[in-house]
Write a protein that binds this ligand. Structure first.
Ligand code: GAL
Length: 393
């Protein structure tokens, strides 16, 4: 009995975070965000039903835990400057409680500017007050979107024509201000910067306490836009790691305008990039194919791997592209991509990626062991398709 008590005490103490250890976003955050599907029409009921669906579809248990309300929830500030939600969100605290009651986490959205991108109330001049309000509502995640703060930056540029960094410094100070305000609440929240990659946030984001930062302008539900973003991420791997991730934007899987192969390419690229996985579809209307893509456990495990390394391009040849991501246990994930309009063979030399004597090859989408292989591994891939592999010794 005594031994058990001591053991459980040791266990309890050892599971506490060490000083300085990042508790939030140790792996790329996963969840759902309202914007890509509901945009400016989202309601409290939509968010609650998204939370219900995360549970009933198995998405929550696959790791998608953040339920993020994007732009257009805001109403007006009262005489004390306290922000209230608009009529589509009658009670934000109750919404947060509902989300938490499902074993999920609550995310919200604001802007360092006076107005958000959809012209709702931003946080300019009210940073500490808003951060406190989020903490009171039980918020676990803030996406902070540059939007109208770009007007302030343009003004700084005009006022300081001799200082090429005037706008950048102003922007960084604004993001730092909210980062500090969030910290001061004492409530751990994922801090997600959204400023479209302006001035390389991967270089200054971590120091402000940012856990992720958008690297590009917005995604949309088209193969062209999705691959333009995904394949432009080459070279950013060294800036990602536990607690701080590059964010190539939210997922479009399930929104209906790409083919199944194209959505598999989307998921494969994002997991190789160790990207935050924020589904952006209507979770109440998922096809079996959407579910299989979003909830492929082996694909998710590549994204969430304990090593916390982002993948990068191995080589590109015309429309064929090969990316690798180092995984824990000496394993390597490989994405063979065919961006062309016809079926093509895409290959990787296993010797070149650390498997001189060959390795066991697992095909993630086929969910099939391909046996012990050495030398060149080739795969026949349909147009806009992908083969996603995990190679181990
Ligand atoms: C954009 C942002 C989108 C979405 C939208 C809301 O700036 O990149 O992800 O949040 O604003 O208005």
């Amino acid at each position: 009995m005594r031994v058990l008590a001591v053991l459980s005490l040791v266990f309890a103490v050892s599971s506490l975070p060490l000083p300085g250890q990042t508790k939030v976003a140790a792996a790329p955050p996963m969840g759902w965000n309202s914007w890509n599907h509901f945009a400016g029409h989202v309601t409290d009921a939509d968010v609650r039903s998204a939370a219900d669906s995360l549970v009933s579809t198995g998405m929550r248990d696959a790791g998608y835990v953040y339920v993020n309300v994007d732009d257009t929830w805001q109403g007006k500030r009262d005489a004390d400057g306290v922000l209230h939600a608009n009529e589509r969100f009658p009670d934000m605290k109750a919404l947060g409680d509902y989300i938490h009651s499902k074993g999920l986490k609550f995310g919200i959205y604001s802007s360092p500017g006076a107005q958000t991108c959809a012209h709702y109330e931003g946080s300019l001049g009210h940073e500490a007050q808003d951060a406190k309000l989020y903490a009171e509502w039980g918020v676990d995640f803030l996406k902070y979107d540059l939007c109208s703060f770009q007007d302030n930056m343009r003004k700084a540029e005009t006022e300081h024509p001799d200082d090429p960094s005037a706008a950048k410094n102003l922007m960084i100070a604004a993001y730092r201000k909210m980062g500090d305000a969030l910290k001061a609440t004492g409530r751990p929240m994922v801090y997600s910067l959204c400023q479209y990659g302006v001035d390389q946030p991967w270089k200054w984001g971590p120091e402000l306490g940012a856990n992720m930062w958008r690297t590009t302008d917005d995604i949309d539900d088209s193969y062209g836009r999705m691959i333009a973003i995904g394949f432009s991420q080459a070279g950013l791997a060294k800036y990602a790691g536990p607690g701080h991730w590059n964010d190539p934007d939210m997922l479009e899987i399930g929104n209906g305008k790409m083919t199944e192969d194209e959505y598999k390419t989307h998921m494969s690229l994002w997991v190789l990039l160790a990207a935050p996985l924020l589904a952006g579809n209507d979770l109440t209307k998922m096809t079996e194919a959407d579910k299989n893509i979003l909830m492929n456990k082996e694909a998710i495990a590549i994204d969430q791997d304990a090593l916390g390394k982002q993948g990068d391009r191995l080589y590109e040849s015309g429309d064929l592209d090969v990316w690798t991501k180092p995984l824990s246990g000496g394993r390597v994930a490989v994405g063979l991509f065919n961006r062309s309009w016809s079926t093509r063979d895409v290959s990787v030399d296993l010797g070149e990626i650390g498997f001189k004597s060959g390795g066991s090859v697992r095909d993630v989408w086929k969910q099939k062991d391909m046996g012990h292989r050495s030398g060149v591994f080739a795969s026949r891939i349909p147009k806009h398709g992908v083969t996603l592999l995990v190679v181990s010794k």
